[in-house]
Design a protein around this ligand. Structure first.
Ligand code: FES
Ligand code: FES
Length: 156
């Protein structure tokens, strides 16, 4: 076991975990942030996506040590702002079906809009291409990202 000081959703925390423990399990099991989902565990599905210094990353492929000195943002950090344009747009477009993949989708969309405030369809498809949704919500995700971009532009 080893101690790691992390910054998650703006809060500084210290965790005592095996150095091999994936960041995903540190978030879910040690910190109780279960919004980030486990699915493939191999970097393929994107369900475990979180932001690390603003970049969308697969938390199942990282360890706590990889996150030291970085700012981690999870779906819980985004959801604190209940009227965040992404959440409003997701509700308006009724994106979710079973909902399992949606935290990862929203986190990836957050990273995309931070880098490209008005993405084209192809930019959305490229940014979101590695995020699998077994319910096939891709068309609604795309519409919701456009809508969130529009809502963000209207913000004062
Ligand atoms: S659980 Fe991490 S990419 Fe699938
Ligand atoms: S909403 Fe069910 S897996 Fe995406």
């Amino acid at each position: 076991m080893a101690l790691y000081k992390l910054e998650v959703n703006g809060e500084r925390v210290t965790v005592d975990v095996d150095p091999e423990t994936p960041l995903l399990w540190v978030l879910r099991e040690t910190l109780g942030l279960t919004g980030t989902k486990y699915s493939c565990g191999e970097g393929v599905c994107g369900n475990c996506t979180v932001l690390m210094d603003g970049e969308a990353v697969r938390s199942c492929l990282l360890t706590a040590g990889d996150a030291v000195g970085k700012k981690i943002l999870t779906i819980e950090g985004i959801s604190r702002e209940t009227d965040h344009p992404l959440l409003v747009a997701w509700r308006e477009e009724e994106v979710s079906q079973c909902g399992y993949c949606q935290p990862g989708q929203i986190v990836a969309a957050y990273a995309l809009l931070s880098q490209k405030p008005d993405p084209t369809d192809s930019e959305i498809d490229e940014a979101m291409s590695g995020l699998l949704c077994r319910c096939g919500t891709y068309p609604r995700i795309r519409r919701a990202i456009h809508r969130a971009a529009e809502l963000k532009r209207r913000q004062p």
